[in-house]
Design a protein around this ligand. Sequence first.
Ligand SMILES: [Mg+2]
Length: 161
Amino acid sequence: MFLKPDYLIDGDITDIDLDRLAADGIKGLILDLDSTIMAPKSGIITDDVADWLARAQARFAMAVASNNKNTAYLEKVQQVLTMPIIFRAAKPSRKAFLKLVLDFDLKPSEIAVIGDRPLTDIWGGKRAGMKTILVRVLKTMQEPVWKSRMRNMERIFIKNR
Ligand SMILES: [Mg+2]
């Protein structure tokens, strides 16, 4: 199924097991921004995420690819992250992902795309020939009930394919 991730994490990004990814031959990680590593528009990285990012950056090539287009927000994000950030990535377009393949100097199959949205993050990563990791939105984020219901429906849909 075109939206089925290689790894379905029953938790947020900080629950991803880095040892397992390394054992599976993954050498690069491309992260979604909003809801995956920070609350949308917040520009704030929580301590838990900062700790996970630091551990990941010590072992993997890393970058962020976001569909966000807000320049002021991008500047905020650039101050809190120490990795390349691509805004206006237009996921599920492969463009940003294929550019990062060259920057990382890795094979697409050695890179995993991590995100909370099947239709952008997962589909785009698959189109680029990369591994894909679907995470839940950050535990520290509060969101309206209708939104979490929609997300859960998306996940059920994927599980049943
Ligand atoms: Mg997101």
